[in-house]
Write a protein that binds this ligand. Structure first.
Ligand SMILES: Cc1cc2nc3c(=O)[nH]c(=O)nc-3n(C[C@H](O)[C@H](O)[C@H](O)COP(=O)(O)OP(=O)(O)OC[C@H]3O[C@@H](n4cnc5c(N)ncnc54)[C@H](O)[C@@H]3O)c2cc1C
Length: 540
């Protein structure tokens, strides 16, 4: 195949956690031309940099501002789903918690036939990506692009949370990403010098000076261009106009777990019957596209705080100055400062509950406020059995797809969160919390029976922002990509983002997505060397 002067070797759709890694790694080779398309704009907002301000980005121009369809097991509520629409994607609006999940998560991926995705295979990519403040160890890397740091400020309530957990016999865990995942501990965060270190900061920014990398912002891909069964480019919309651009080697979709499957469906790659109903000609019948949607749902459990120590006063002038001059103080907090990974019943080999703690009133994504000092817990289901889907509502690419999370569709999923609510209460009643714990605001002390707590959970459930699995990697008929992340049945097209997880890992999903992209970049570059020599032969 000859090289077109106006084309690129690789077109990456989406400059999120994964897309930034790919753009940086692939453009390390000066011989290849890389185009990174991003629907959002620059990541210069102050609220991106200041860690404690992340929820200010919700429903802003940097958010896709999605909503689910009415959730049948959550009182038919339509739930808000923020996703980053900006350089860095969701890594520019997330809570910065650095968690890899459980080693058995990856053993499970491999057991599904995904060669090369066991824990021993993926660990080197976590290390490669990492610049760990605590130094190198068998579990951590230094010198990688992504800064992983200890929190510069830890609220006294968070210390009480850790002491309270210990009182209950929950073992302290100084490193959730080390030997053991279980236990209670402070989170490490993706920060550098007290500021957010997004995928765009870590990977893209240092690569921007390369002449073989072009980044096009404000450009929303609307379709993958196909010739026979090969991806040859991308159609996109920018400033209201439609344009297309060719990829000589590969198109790589990194639009995230909602947008990547949407783009495949819009391109005629998906369940044939559904495509027909949506008025789209099926190029390849891939029944798994958009299916297998998994997420980590949680509820907020909130208490009044008897002392004025919470994040309610984080934005005082003193704290602002402390942040501006010393990059320290409460504004460097990611709010969700600590957590617990626990198993809610015997026999589980991986934690199914992550209990997030914050010295703040974090209810309804931070939109609800309370005038007094408060603290709160977020018991989160991290081993969901429920499966949902992304489906087209319209062949118009600018209309968001239907998101059906299908939360709480199994009794067990509900049970885990109910157990989590009970655990929050036990911690709030420990000696360690005695000086702080005031009235229980949410759900309130009158809600005590399993039935009432379950009712509360259905009415208050929200996302913890970790959708995954909608273009799953595997070998069964519902698999969308193979273990090299190539879309089945289509040449020169890959998906590289959180959507390829066959099962969502038991923890926060940013670090695993970075790892996926690091690994994919190696796979693509090896293949490129092979393809490169074929190209030379063909053009001689
Ligand atoms: C509010 C919030 C808090 C979170 N907190 C944490 C946390 O503390 N720790 C953690 O580990 N994880 C957290 N996450 C999850 C984590 O950020 C994501 O798992 C991760 O960013 C997923 O990476 P991705 O590359 O799959 O998608 P994204 O990072 O979402 O990137 C997708 C990118 O593609 C772009 N895009 C999409 N469609 C198109 C198109 N058609 N054309 C062009 N561009 C397109 C988007 O604008 C976006 O920039 C959080 C997420 C959110 C939203």
């Amino acid at each position: 195949m000859s090289r077109r002067a106006d084309g690129y070797d690789y077109i990456i759709v989406g400059a999120g956690a994964a897309g930034c890694v790919l753009a940086a790694r692939l453009s390390e080779d000066p011989q290849v031309r890389v185009l990174l398309l991003e629907a959002g704009g620059a990541n210069r907002a102050r609220e991106i940099r200041i860690p404690a301000a992340f929820s200010r980005l919700f429903k802003s121009s940097m958010d896709w501002n999605y909503s689910t369809e009415p959730e049948p097991h959550a009182h038919n509520r339509q739930l808000y789903w923020p996703r980053g629409k900006v350089l860095g994607g969701s890594s520019s609006i997330n809570a910065m918690i650095y968690i890899r999940g459980n080693r058995l998560d990856y053993e499970h991926w491999r057991s599904l036939g995904n060669e090369g995705w066991g824990y021993a295979d993926v660990l080197p990519y976590f290390l490669k990506s990492e610049n760990q403040q605590r130094g190198a160890s068998p579990y951590h890397g230094i010198g990688g692009p992504l800064c992983v740091a200890d929190l510069r400020y830890v609220n006294p309530l968070t210390r009480a949370f850790l002491a309270g957990a210990k009182e209950l016999g929950i073992p302290p865990n100084p490193d959730f990403n080390g030997v053991e995942q279980d236990g209670a501990g402070l989170y490490q965060v993706t920060q550098r010098n007290g500021q957010r270190h997004s995928g765009a900061d870590a990977y893209l920014k240092p690569a921007l000076g390369r002449s073989n990398l072009k980044v096009l912002t404000g450009a929303q891909a609307t379709r993958v261009l196909l010739e026979s069964n090969r991806a040859v480019g991308v159609e996109y919309v920018s400033k209201g106009a439609t344009a297309s651009i060719v990829a000589d080697r590969e198109v790589i979709l990194s639009g995230g777990a909602i947008n990547s499957p949407q783009l495949l469906l819009l391109s005629g790659i998906g369940p044939a019957e559904e495509l027909k109903r949506a008025g789209i000609r099926a190029v390849t019948n891939l029944p798994g596209v958009g299916k297998n949607l998994q997420d980590h749902p949680m509820v907020s459990v909130g208490f009044l705080c008897k002392q004025p120590v919470s994040m309610a006063s984080a934005e005082s002038l003193g704290n602002l100055l402390r942040y501006l001059f010393f990059r320290n103080g409460p504004l460097t907090s990611n709010v969700a400062e600590a957590g617990i990974f626990a198993r809610t019943k015997p026999g589980l080999n991986v934690p199914d509950l992550q209990l997030v703690f914050g010295p703040a009133y974090y209810v309804n994504h931070g939109f609800d406020t309370h005038k007094e000092h408060c603290f709160g817990f977020g018991p989160t289901l991290v081993g969901p059995e429920s499966r949902g889907e992304i489906a087209l509502k319209s062949p118009n690419p600018l209309i968001p797809p239907a998101i059906r999370a299908n939360y709480l569709s199994t009794e067990n999923d509900l049970r885990v969160i109910v157990e989590g609510v009970r655990l929050c209460r036990r911690i709030a009643r420990t000696k360690a919390f005695r000086a702080y714990s005031g009235d229980e605001l949410i759900p309130g002390s009158s809600v005590t029976s399993d039935r009432d707590i379950a009712e509360f959970v259905r009415g208050a459930l929200q996302t913890l922002y970790h959708p995954a699995g909608t273009c799953k990697m595997g070998q069964d008929e519902m698999a969308v990509v193979d273990a090299q992340l190539r879309v089945r049945g289509i040449e020169a097209l890959r998906v590289v983002d959180a959507s390829i997880m066959p099962r969502v890992i038991a923890g926060n999903t940013n670090a695993p997505t970075v790892m996926i992209a690091e690994k994919a970049a190696d796979m693509i570059r090896n293949r490129r060397e092979f393809a490169g020599s074929a190209f030379c032969l063909a053009t001689e």
